[in-house]
Ligand binder design. Structure first.
Ligand SMILES: [Zn+2]
Length: 57
């Protein structure tokens, strides 16, 4: 577990699945997701927000 976390020292550029916008994932954010056991996000913040709002309804 600690080995994979120590590998992440750089920011990561990913593309939003919904709007194809470039998202910059900071190394700290990646660590946060992995620490929590989450998958890395595939959508930008605004698309995630939209999805969340849909799910709440
Ligand atoms: Zn998006």
């Amino acid at each position: 577990m600690s080995t994979i976390l120590s590998l992440i020292q750089h920011d990561l550029n990913i593309m939003c699945k919904e709007c194809n916008k470039n998202i910059l994932l900071k190394a700290g954010e990646i660590k946060f997701y992995l620490n929590k056991g989450f998958n890395l996000p595939k959508r930008c913040k605004s698309c995630r927000k939209k999805r969340k709002q849909k799910q709440n309804r």
